[in-house]
Design a protein around this ligand. Structure first.
Ligand code: CA
Ligand code: CA
Length: 180
């Protein structure tokens, strides 16, 4: 499983009650226009494409056919990159263009490209037993996927909900929070 994601925060607690620490890791969630799956990742291209000292970022995401297209609208992109206005005069010229048609060869070469293969906020269940660490990725229910999970309080609340669902009571251990 490819676990690259929009990870925002992490919190630890013994979610399954076996005495070792498990992790809740906050991601973008599934109620987002940015969809990422194992076969159709979401991508982000980052770079100072027009060499004006500010960094642009273009998010690429799959449509219903599985093809990746930039999510940014022409109007918004040309505010950041005025060259887009000259390159694509009409909206129709820009529509349906892929990232390698919008950016030229040099821009593509300088871009930092990151991919995300999962949007779910997950429980990393520690199944290694005493003294060993083996983290198993377990998706959390839809209620945990309705919005991005960012630190510090949301992951703790989710940890408590997981605990209540599985065990009917709150965790014994204190949790430590860390924003990524
Ligand atoms: Ca545990
Ligand atoms: Ca720039």
């Amino acid at each position: 499983m490819k676990t690259n994601g929009w990870w925002n925060c992490i919190t630890a607690g013994d979610a399954d009650g076996d005495g070792d620490l498990d992790l809740i890791v906050g991601n973008l969630g599934l109620n987002s226009r940015i969809r990422a799956t194992q076969t159709t990742p979401a991508e982000i291209y980052v770079g100072d494409f027009d060499h004006n000292g500010t960094v642009e970022q273009i998010i690429n995401c799959a449509d219903e056919t599985g093809e990746l297209y930039p999510m940014v609208l022409k109007n918004d992109l040309q505010k950041e990159m005025p060259t887009i206005k000259k390159k694509f005069v009409k909206f129709g010229d820009y529509a349906g263009k892929k990232i390698n048609e919008i950016l030229d060869e040099d821009q593509l070469k300088q871009a930092v490209v990151k991919q995300s293969f999962m949007g779910e906020t997950v429980l990393l269940r520690n199944d290694g037993g005493k003294g060993n660490l083996k983290l198993v990725v377990q998706s959390l229910p839809m209620a945990a996927q309705l919005s991005p999970v960012c630190g510090p309080y949301l992951p703790i609340m989710i940890m408590m909900v997981v605990w209540i669902l599985f065990w009917g009571k709150l965790p014994r251990c204190t949790t430590r929070i860390r924003s990524l």
